[in-house]
Design a protein around this ligand. Structure first.
Ligand code: SAM
Length: 417
């Protein structure tokens, strides 16, 4: 033992004399091992997130990134989802007096006006002009919005009119905050504050009378509540793997939904990836609102931040988890049923790539054909409220913007054939 120690000392002495002298360890008893974790400057997760986004999103969004970045770093806008179960009728009038409008009915109203104007224009054109040549010219002159109005919006419009979802927002550029919700005489709160863009996945799901609906990652429950506001769900299964977050979901349901309606909702805390083993192929509509990098939260809040060094692995595994959850959602859907996949991230790795891979796996491993539906009419319908990205290969993405600071929200609709 003594010999080993002596050899160690001799080697250290040699190193101290040579060119590597500065790196030689000192005598053992004086050596002070620096604790990296305690001394290295700690970079807050929000800075790490912003750095990651600067690298990736400047490539993905190109010239749009500086403006989206400012939006992400500024105060987010909210919408007030009206609680149809609450008896506080005056709430919509109060909100309208504050200059807020229901963005859903407002969009539908504008499209209806456009449709009527278009019909009138066409009628007057057919009175003026004649011959096929003129019809071709007229068709060429149609704007994209007009074509959408005719080709796609009408059936969608009729369907979405039945949603009963009402969400008030302040106009573009108006950053007024909503007052906290108030209870009615039965104790049910009159509205639920949320990112108004997070209703788009629910609107895209387009729940119909008596649909059997699954909300696979449901907590804390904003979208579950919106699904219930449609008033048409036959049965709603709301699931979330996190027990604590599921408790928050139950609290939301207690605060907004009467007991008899709550009883039609089954709340569970399973790992959504296992859902296919529980209830495969029985749902008409499935919402898969997956955990993601929650971009806005990641650049603003250090607490519970997915960019924390200790959560690196978890973050890297997100696209895999998202893919597994989307696959479970597809397998839970009936043939002919619809799935909406959504995130609150700008990342194409967590958005389009997950969808593409899921469609591929469904086909190759499960022999299930899945079709991605075109949702571009959402851009036309809701362009006055949200800033949409026009470069998505699949699905739609709402970009944060200073004048309409909602999102990011990505949503994509799939049909199981
Ligand atoms: N849809 C919710 C809403 O509108 O309030 C937000 C859902 S949040 C974006 C994602 C949720 O996925 C988290 O509540 C998280 O607990 C849940 N989650 C994460 N992994 C899951 C899994 N394996 N199975 C089911 N839920 C999971």
């Amino acid at each position: 033992m003594a010999a080993v120690c002596r050899r160690g000392w001799a080697a250290a002495a040699l190193l101290r004399r040579g060119p590597l002298a500065g790196l030689a360890p000192g005598p053992r008893r004086h050596r002070h091992k620096e604790k990296w974790a305690a001394t290295a400057p700690r970079i807050p997760p929000t800075r790490l997130a912003l750095h990651d986004f600067d690298v990736n999103y400047s490539l993905q969004l190109k010239d749009l990134w500086p403006s989206v970045r400012i939006g992400l770093l500024c105060e987010q806008k909210y919408g007030a989802l009206i609680n149809n179960f609450s008896s506080a009728d005056s709430v919509t009038q109060e909100l309208e007096q504050l200059n807020a409008t229901d963005f859903v009915s407002e969009a539908l109203r504008k499209v209806q006006v456009t449709s009527v104007e278009e019909v009138e224009r066409k009628e007057s054109r057919s009175l003026e002009g004649s011959g096929e040549g003129r019809t071709v010219m007229q068709a060429e002159m149609m704007t994209q919005a007009e074509m959408m109005t005719q080709a796609e919006v009408s059936p969608q419009l009729r369907a979405s009119m039945c949603t009963h979802i009402k969400c008030y927002t302040f106009p573009r550029g108006d950053i007024t905050r909503f007052r906290p919700a108030r209870p009615d005489t039965l104790g049910l709160l009159n509205y639920y504050l949320l990112d108004a863009a997070s209703l788009l996945p629910v609107l895209a799901l387009n729940v119909q009378q008596n649909d059997c609906v699954l909300d696979l990652c449901a907590a804390p429950g904003g979208k579950t509540l919106a699904l219930l506001q449609t008033g048409v769900c036959g049965h709603l299964a709301a699931n979330d793997v996190s027990v604590s977050r599921t408790k928050r979901l139950c609290q939301v349901l207690r605060s907004y939904v009467p007991k008899e309606v709550r009883e039609t909702v089954s709340v569970t805390s399973y790992d959504g990836r296992d859902w296919k083993d529980l209830e495969g192929g029985i749902f008409h509509k499935v919402l898969v609102d997956v955990p993601c990098t929650t971009d806005r939260h990641s650049v603003m809040e250090n607490e519970n931040n997915i960019f924390h060094k200790m959560r690196t692995k978890e973050r890297q595994m997100l696209p895999m988890l998202q893919l597994q959850l989307l696959m479970a959602g597809i397998l839970a859907t009936k043939p002919g049923g619809k799935v909406v996949y959504s995130t609150c991230s700008l990342s194409s790795l967590q958005n389009e790539y997950v969808v593409e891979r899921a469609v591929e796996i469904a086909e190759t491993e499960f022999n299930i054909s899945v079709q991605v539906e075109n949702l571009s009419h959402f851009r036309t319908l809701f362009q006055d409220t949200f800033a949409f990205f026009s470069g998505c290969r699949l699905g739609e993405l709402v970009l944060p913007h200073l004048t309409a600071n909602f999102g990011p929200i990505y949503f994509c609709k799939l049909r199981r054939l």
